[in-house]
Write a protein that binds this ligand. Structure first.
Ligand code: ZN
Length: 144
């Protein structure tokens, strides 16, 4: 019983940290899930076209839209993830900047706010590619 009391005391002190850590792993898991789904959808598009090159493009477009939706979702979750960790990522140069800053210290670009209306829009250079580290580095950040 004494042990339980002690655990209670300790967990009070770290509860905030524990909470944000579980949020971080939650977000990472969701991001990973969306990334996997995107790869599957890309495969679906390829298969559909392979089986029937005359497929109504509207059907493929639906899948492409699905990919865009998931990419926006990933983008938002990454933003939340960085917010929990206390930094923003510059949309222009990918530099990690303290979240209190409004402009990037490296390139001077204005940093997005979560409330920005255009936040959910996709940048022209934000396309998913096999070689893009951005989409597969959810677990590569060792600063936690
Ligand atoms: Zn920058």
């Amino acid at each position: 019983m004494g042990i339980l009391d002690k655990i209670g005391d300790v967990s009070k002190g770290v509860s905030d940290k524990t909470k944000s850590m579980s949020e971080v792993s939650n977000l990472k898991r969701k991001i990973l899930y969306e990334e996997e789904r995107i790869v599957e959808i890309f495969t679906d598009i390829g298969k559909k076209y392979y089986k029937n090159p005359n497929e109504d493009p509207a059907n493929l477009k639906l899948l492409c839209d699905d990919i865009d939706t998931r990419r926006r979702r990933i983008k938002k979750m990454r933003f939340e993830l960085n917010g929990i960790r206390g930094y923003k990522v510059c949309p222009k140069c990918d530099a990690e900047v303290n979240e209190r800053f409004q402009f990037c210290g490296r390139c001077g670009a204005r940093l997005p706010e979560v409330e920005d209306d255009d936040f959910m829009s996709l940048e022209a250079n934000d396309y998913y590619t096999e070689s893009s580290n951005q989409f597969f580095n959810a677990d590569s950040n060792k600063t936690l």
